[in-house]
Design a protein around this ligand. Structure first.
Ligand code: ZN
Length: 488
């Protein structure tokens, strides 16, 4: 996600924020779960009626008796205790007044037979499908779920606004199984509180014909009786999102075999927006390693924050001014490397992808001098902003916790989360680069990308990649930054 810092607001109110090759993918996809979803968008009711099949392969080393899914859509319901939007952002998120959504699970079947399920979790945000028999390692099971997602009128990952309907984190997605249990963290308002495995997706969405749709993956479309059906397929992606709008204009560009598609409704500089998306893909492929997918959809939409990343699809907020708009395209494109392909636990270690993505943006501008933003200027500005934050908050709170490696819900405020994750993260990677030198730094990033593609990277995996590339012990460097001991 991309957020922007408004220093002016700090002073007046204390509220800071405005906001492998394809063959390789094919072989990886053989071992992954496959989601097949068919759904219809009910424009009148603002509901999506869906039937979802999951072909699940037990890749764990032990038998499983249940499957647990995040149902993030339920966080938008009226009586949710853990809200996905914090109180300071409500007016901006709900310009037409508070509105509610949710998900209604209607049925679950395992291998074609009705089965029991429970809605549980910390805030009724987990769907647990109970299986009659254990699934043993390497065995498969087919699980069907029928549900209706009700959308709120909210400018968020899931919700509708005046110009577009956002479908991010909308369907039941399997929880990651780790250390003998499912990770069931709820939809916190800080950060992008998501953690998921790569899977294959075949998704058909039907809507009134006047809707144009942007999707994760490659799409085909057909029209019948005034309705349009989009069929999207994506292999080895860790989430699936789409956006519908009657207002979209569509322009495309090619980078080798990759199709870049820009969906927009209010952008006089649409050619430049498409161009910077293309330059971002090229720059990051040169720096880190090749882009793994065949499409990238850049989607202008109503969104509370600057932007949001999904595999092969990024949201860019329609309220951003041009420079921030371009920067957000760069940032969200960098997430295709640090989040989409190299996954990580974004709840526990948000700096791992956000800090690196912020620094990747610096690398982009350094490599593209036509935008007239130098590394020195960007780092100087970021450093000043960080020091200003720490000074102000020391005055207000007496002291500031500058540790970075905390779960998103362990930060005392969204401000603290943003500064310790994005801002300090950018400074940490710049300091690392200065310490080990540019060539070893880039070599480390290439190593990190290659070793962790389609997996979940840990902080240790990242440190190890830089250590191998530089021949230098770096645990103490990272620990001093992550624990808040480094003098900045
Ligand atoms: Zn981000």
């Amino acid at each position: 996600m991309k957020k922007f810092v408004c220093f002016f607001l700090i002073i007046i109110s204390g509220i800071l924020f405005c906001g492998c090759s394809l063959n390789n993918i094919h072989s990886i996809s053989q071992k992954l779960n496959t989601y097949t979803i068919e759904a219809e968008w009910d424009e009148e009711k603002k509901e999506l009626n869906a039937r979802q099949n999951l072909l699940f392969i037990n890749n764990e080393q032990l038998p499983l008796k249940e499957l647990c899914f995040h149902i993030y859509a339920n966080a938008y319901r009226q009586d949710a205790q853990i809200k996905p939007i914090n109180n300071q952002s409500l007016t901006k998120a709900y310009p037409n007044g508070i509105s509610y959504g949710g998900i209604d699970i209607k049925k679950a079947l395992a291998d074609g037979k009705d089965c029991e399920y429970k809605i549980e979790g910390e805030d009724l945000d987990i769907l647990t499908v109970l299986l009659d028999e254990e699934i043993y390692p390497n065995e498969k099971i087919s699980v069907d779920i029928e549900y209706t997602v009700k959308l709120a009128n909210v400018l968020h990952r899931l919700g509708y606004g005046n110009n577009a309907v956002n479908f991010g984190n909308w369907y039941p997605i399997l929880c990651v199984y780790e250390n003998g249990e499912y990770k069931k963290t709820p939809y916190y308002s800080n950060g992008d509180p998501f953690y998921s495995d790569c899977a294959n997706y075949n998704v058909k969405i039907t809507a009134p014909q006047s809707y144009k749709g942007a999707f994760t993956g490659e799409i085909t479309q057909s029209v019948s009786s005034g309705m349009i059906t989009y069929s999207a397929s994506a292999m080895a992606v860790r989430d699936f999102a789409f956006v519908l709008s009657k207002d979209f204009n569509i322009v495309t560009a090619k980078l080798n075999d990759i199709e870049i598609i820009y969906y927009y409704y209010n952008d006089e500089s649409f050619e430049q927006s498409l161009q910077i998306a293309k330059e971002s893909l090229q720059t990051f492929a040169d720096l880190f390693g090749e882009y793994k997918y065949s499409t990238l959809s850049v989607v202008q939409t109503g969104f509370l924050h600057g932007g949001m990343e999904y595999p092969t699809l990024i949201y860019i907020s329609d309220t951003l001014q041009q420079e921030s708009y371009f920067e957000t395209i760069v940032h969200e494109t960098a997430h295709q490397w640090w989040y989409a392909v190299v996954g990580s636990d974004q709840v526990s270690h948000a700096w791992l992808d956000e800090g690196l993505t912020e620094y990747s943006t610096v690398l982009f501008y350094e490599k593209n001098p036509q935008y007239q933003k130098t590394r020195d200027e960007m780092i100087k500005q970021t450093l000043n902003s960080y020091k200003f934050f720490v000074d102000i908050f020391e005055q207000i709170a007496g002291n500031v916790d500058t540790s970075m490696n905390r779960a998103v819900n362990e930060f005392s405020s969204e401000h603290e989360y943003l500064y310790m994750t994005y801002v300090k993260g950018e400074l940490m990677y710049d300091s690392l680069r200065t310490n080990i030198g540019y060539d070893k730094f880039i070599k480390g990033l290439k190593r990190y990308y290659k070793d962790n593609s389609f997996c979940h990277a840990t902080p240790q995996a990242q440190i190890a990649a830089f250590e191998r590339a530089s021949g230098t012990e770096l645990n103490s460097f990272f620990n001093s930054w992550l624990e808040g001991k480094a003098v900045i």
